[in-house]
Ligand binder design. Structure first.
Ligand SMILES: [Zn+2]
Length: 253
């Protein structure tokens, strides 16, 4: 048969058969030793000591970072309430700057109390003032246009919020009060304020409309920042509204 012929030929050419057997047996033992070593390294029966997990340290746990407390806020305008329109709550589109709304707008036309230029704005919760624009300069038609040409930079967005006060409530929660016409006497950076304390007055600063038709855009734009975002970011109105109802402790329908 042709197969046996070629085997015989290969055997006679390479080496005598006994030598092939010796080498095969030697290789077999080498392979066995390698497998045994591998088993140890990969967790064989003798590997317990090396792979035992480190004991869990429970004696001195690292303290948890403080969690944002999104309860116990008051409306920033006494007698105010959440607007009914979805255009006035977070995530409503804002076409003039191709962006989304990041806060709540308190307008007289959709609220529970009188809101006009000069209406008092109060701290929504106790905290520390971290920004009070005491040196604010009103925008002009020309400066507004410059920001509208490049609307979504941090600087432009900040300018569109007009004169502002920011209050830090701890654990990454900051409230922003925007479009103000003025800041209450004595309110300055680093001041500790109590909930309900007068901090500023409603205005229309920073709104593009205020440069074209002054006196027609009075409202408070109020933001609740959480970390580097805002409360309700990315959620549909149906889910945003309950977050703010909970924030202000609004009960009932
Ligand atoms: Zn707004």
């Amino acid at each position: 048969m042709s197969t046996s012929v070629s085997k015989d030929a290969a055997g006679s050419i390479l080496s005598p058969r006994p030598m092939v057997r010796v080498i095969s047996v030697y290789l077999f033992y080498l392979l066995g030793a390698a497998l045994a070593l591998g088993a140890v390294a990969c967790g064989g029966p003798n590997a317990d000591r090396e792979t035992k997990p480190a004991p869990t340290v429970t004696a001195s746990p690292r303290p948890e970072p403080p969690q944002p407390d999104l309860h116990g806020f008051s409306f920033p305008i006494v007698g105010g309430c959440l607007p009914t329109s979805e255009r006035l709550i977070p995530n409503a589109p804002r076409t003039y700057r191709n962006g989304v709304h990041e806060g709540i707008d308190f307008y007289q036309s959709d609220n529970c109390t009188k809101i006009t230029g000069g209406t008092e704005v109060v701290a929504a919760k106790a905290g520390r003032v971290i920004r009070a624009d005491l040196e604010y300069v009103d925008l002009t038609a020309k400066t507004v246009q410059a920001y509208l040409n490049n609307p979504n930079t941090e600087h432009s967005l900040d300018q569109f919020r007009g004169r502002q006060v920011w209050i830090d409530h701890g654990a990454g929660v900051v409230t922003r009060y925007c479009h103000l016409s003025g800041i209450a006497p004595g309110i300055t950076t680093d001041l500790a304020v109590a909930v309900g304390q007068l901090i500023a007055f409603v205005g229309e600063s920073g709104t593009p409309t205020s440069t074209r038709k002054p006196g027609t855009e009075y409202h408070l734009h109020f933001e609740v920042r959480v970390g580097d975002s805002y409360l309700g970011k990315g959620l549909p109105a149906k889910q945003v509204r309950p977050l703010y109802r909970e924030l202000f402790g609004v009960t009932g329908k």
